[in-house]
Design a protein around this ligand. Sequence first.
Ligand SMILES: [Cu+2]
Length: 193
Amino acid sequence: MPGLRTSSVRLEALRRDGRRMRPEVTRAILGRKDMNTFHRAGAACFVAMISPSAWAAGAGGHHHHAEYSAGEPGDARKAARVVHVTMTEANGKMIYAPDRIEVRKGEQIKFVLRNNGDLDHEFLLASTSDNLKHADAMAKNPDMTHDDPNGKRLPPRKAAEIVWKFTRRGTFEYSCLIPGHREAGMVGTVIVK
Ligand SMILES: [Cu+2]
């Protein structure tokens, strides 16, 4: 449905930029036609997701979690241990290298990410349960992209950095939630000691 696709892309841009945007503003920008398309498609929940109360509650806001499960965004001005992570496809699998790292609680890591594959890939740092929930949302909306403190989506041959502070002990992960990629092997483990 071309109309829906256009709406998704525009809503995506709104979600990225408009965390404080009121529903009536969203409605004005999207226009009545797009809103109708959305309602017909049964996707009215997206509108609820970008309402101010949803942001305040930190629930349902897909891209702007009030809290992150794997720690907190780091401070790029402070020292960080650099960890290079590459993403690629090989022998029918999709892989991260390395696929496991260990850090100390409180340690700050600068992840230098590079996509050496032929497809887009993501690196989303979270708990396994958060990533699985996120994967569900993405299965319904596969065009969603990520450029967040805890996650990036990279086209082939592109690089990006994430500075992250691991403030909690436990086992966390990074995963690519593009449909099919996690299943093909794109999940790495972070042990915080
Ligand atoms: Cu991937």
